[in-house]
Structure formats: C-alpha cells, structure tokens
Design a protein around this ligand. Structure first.
Ligand code: 13P
Length: 252
C-alpha cells in the first residue's frame, strides 16, 4: 500500500510572518497524525524559519528548486547541500513554471535530480503536458519524453527517494482540475513508463501525486483513484484550513 503524500507548493507567495503563521496552523491542525505524509515547500528565504516551526513534527520541509552543484561561482543559485543544511528533506524539481519561465530542459532537470539525491534530499519530480499537447493527442508522448529525460540513469534504488507529480499545465492555477478519470489514466501511464525505465517493483511503490487546482471540494474524489497517491497543492496550500481539508481527504 502506498501512503498518501500531500505537499504544499507555496510558489512565490507569503512573507515571513504569514508563512510562519501558515506553517504553525498546519502543524497544529495535523497534530501527531501520520496517516498521510505532509510537507510544505516555502520560498527559499523562509526555509530556515519555517524549518524551526515544523522541526520535530510530522510536517516535512521542501524547497521549490535547487541547482546542481554543491558550492561555487553560481550567482543566485542554491545548492542541495544548502537545503539540507537548513532542514529540508524534500525538493521540487522540474516544475512546469521552471520549464516554462526559466527554460529548464529535461537534461538540466535530470542533473538536478541526481544532485539532489546525492545530497540525500528526496525529490518531487514534476511532469505534465500543456493544453495544446493534450488537444493534439500528445499527452503520452510528452510525458514519455519528460520521464525518459529526467529519469535518465536513475536506478530502482534511487527511485525510492523520489515522488513523481503529474501536473497537467492546463490545470495549474486555472481552477480547471483534471477529472479523476483523466488523472487516473495519466498516472497509470506514468507508472508503466517508470516501470520500464527504473524497474517494475520500484514503480509499483512509487508515490505519484496529482497537481493542478486541487481544492478541498475535489480532493477526495481525485485521491480515491487507485493510482493517485497524493497531491501537490498550489493555491489551496496557502490557506491552512483548505490545505488541512485536502490532507484529511487523503485519509481514506
Ligand atoms: P494550483 O494548485 O494553484 O493549481 O497549483 C498546482 C501546482 O503547480 C503545484 O505545484
């Protein structure tokens, strides 16, 4: 049985004080409940501070990006080792906003995945097709290319420290979520392909999150699909009550 994993991607939102209040409310609301894995991914400047809030609680800490070197002359970048240093267990890699606005390729994403794993971070690898790609019947080839590129040379052992988030770009921040059937179909395909790339049994244990307009009112039906093992939540992760309601929807 795969344990459900709900992560909040705060994106470029909050200031330190409201981030701290948000994290505190999530910690308080979750209490000692570990039936679902939970993590928050605040912006870089607040990681250290939020790390203090979640330390010793079931709420994990993740970053939204990282670079592929440990140290050096890479102005503006943040290394996996630095993220570990401030208490992160997780890092999101390959989010569609990084692909779209910052030109990240599958090759770069693959390098980041390797660097993060080497630093002992767990990776949430994001993939997903655009609306044009879906309408052009290219969802599967696109996911295939993203998976093959970003999982290059990842072993079944390394895959155990990874989660894949299927985030159709057309569902992100639009209020239009994938239907449960669309999510399930994509997740089955992702699991199949990951099985071919990294080994069948590792793929069976892989947690595959769905992301894209997950809200309290659609979370339960999405999370009840057999291959939807969690959610990567954007907008709704910025309100503690909404995020906690999504976490509760994962307890089935
Ligand atoms: P929304 O939940 O705001 O659609 O964002 C999803 C997402 O991109 C999470 O990484």
């Amino acid at each position: 049985m795969r344990k459900k994993f709900i992560a909040g991607n705060w994106k470029m939102n909050t200031r330190s004080i409201d981030g701290e209040l948000l994290a505190s409310a999530i910690v308080k609301g979750l209490g000692s409940d570990t039936r679902v894995d939970v993590a928050v991914c605040p912006p870089f400047p607040f990681l250290s501070r939020i790390g203090q809030v979640v330390r010793g609680t079931p709420v994990g800490l993740g970053a939204q990006n990282c670079y592929l070197k440990d140290d050096g002359a890479f102005t503006g970048e943040v290394s996996p080792a630095m993220l570990v240093d401030v208490g992160c267990q997780w890092v999101i890699v390959g989010h569609s906003e990084r692909r779209q606005f910052f030109g990240e390729s599958d090759k770069l994403i693959n390098q980041k995945v390797h660097a993060a794993l080497k630093a002992k971070l767990r990776v949430i690898l994001c993939i997903g097709e655009t609306l044009d790609e879906r309408n052009g019947n290219r969802m599967k080839p696109v996911l295939n290319t993203q998976l093959a590129g970003s999982l290059a040379d990842i072993s079944s052992e390394q895959l155990k420290s990874m989660v894949v988030a299927y985030e159709p770009v057309w569902a992100i921040g639009t209020g239009v979520n994938a239907t449960p059937q669309q999510a399930q179909e994509a997740h089955v395909f992702v699991r199949e392909r990951v099985g071919q790339l990294c080994g069948e049994s590792a793929a069976q244990s892989l947690v595959i999150q769905y992301g894209g307009s997950v809200k309290p009112d659609n979370a339960a039906v999405l999370l009840s699909q057999p291959d939807v093992d969690g959610a990567l939540v954007g907008g709704a992760s910025l309100k503690a009550d909404d995020f906690l309601a999504i976490v509760r929807a994962g307890i089935q």
